[in-house]
Ligand binder design. Structure first.
Ligand SMILES: N[C@H](CCC[C@H](N)C(=O)O)C(=O)O
Length: 288
């Protein structure tokens, strides 16, 4: 095959290149992911999403996610909503409720009928080793040394690792400087996504996110979930919260430990396209 069909999609401005890996063979070595994601030499996106056949009989699809830096990861909330729209539009399923398997668990994607999708994002991981985060014991808040700063953070796993800091103003938060410092902090052995949360009231936060492997994005669904979990554990938020990010607002609900986090929001198609496979990738493709 000398080219791959794709669909460009976005969820609150967090943008994706989505490949159907069922009707076409799609290999995504890191170099190819980086090239496709590049906003000047490629298509341009924060993440690539790959639809595959499920290995588990009780799942409808396998859902794979690749960051713009080429790393494969196990969770993407905004991408999950786009995945739900993609598989219906591609007529890979007609279901309203779709179960997908990821590298660390499974998500349930629910078309609400009004253009919004609700995603059962799984039960948050709060034990440090499950985030993963290096700490002797579980706590709603940890102190993290970063250069001359000592930061109070929450560490939450949503199938991917998240740090959350409370800030007075999300708009003025030092995302571009402190974000990469925390993303690569040794306390997070697999790096992390970094949320800067301004609490407006018990049912509304403003959030900006420095994403692992992508930098600051207009929205991050899994960090929105992690931020609400953190705020509820700090007794600063109620159980249903509107999370306003630069790209728009998500509705997040969490009933407390042991319960899943539920995320509701939109997902849109931007355009369809064809990605020409460069010769060297085609050479690998032909099994040489
Ligand atoms: N950067 C994330 C993956 C994408 C998550 C984000 N786009 C979302 O909507 O959850 C990570 O490395 O864990």
């Amino acid at each position: 095959m000398s080219a791959l069909r794709f669909t460009k999609m976005q969820g609150l401005g967090n943008d994706f290149v989505v490949f159907d890996g069922i009707r076409q063979r799609v290999d995504l070595p890191p170099e190819m992911v980086r090239t496709i994601a590049d906003r000047h030499f490629g298509i341009g996106c924060d993440q690539i999403l790959l639809v595959e056949a499920a290995a588990s009989p009780d799942c409808d699809f396998r859902y794979r996610i690749f960051n713009a830096d080429g790393t494969e990861v196990a969770q993407c909330g905004n991408g999950a909503r786009c995945f739900a729209v993609f598989v219906r539009r591609a007529k890979l399923t007609g279901k309203d409720i779709i179960t997908v398997e990821t590298r660390t668990g499974r998500l349930i994607l629910h078309h609400r009928g009004n253009g919004n999708i609700t995603v059962h994002m799984g039960v948050p991981r709060l034990v440090p080793a499950d985030v993963p985060f290096r700490a002797d014991e579980e706590s709603p808040e940890y102190l993290l040394s970063a250069g001359k700063h000592t930061l109070r953070i929450a560490a939450v796993g949503m199938g991917n690792p998240h740090a959350v800091l409370r800030v007075a103003s999300a708009a003025e938060a030092p995302v571009a400087t402190l974000g990469p410092r925390i993303e690569t902090h040794p306390a997070f052995p697999e790096r992390c996504n970094v949320g800067f949360m301004e609490i407006r009231d018990r049912n509304h936060i403003q959030l900006r996110v420095w994403e692992r492997g992508a930098g600051e994005t207009l929205a991050c669904g899994s960090n929105a979930c992690a931020a609400v979990v953190a705020g509820i554990r700090w007794d600063e938020l109620d159980h249903a919260v509107a999370v306003t990010l630069p790209g728009g607002t998500l509705e997040i609900e969490w009933a407390g430990p042991g319960h899943p986090v539920m995320m509701t929001g939109p997902a849109q198609v931007v355009f369809d396209g064809v990605w020409p496979l460069p010769a060297k990738i085609r050479h690998i493709e032909e099994g040489s």
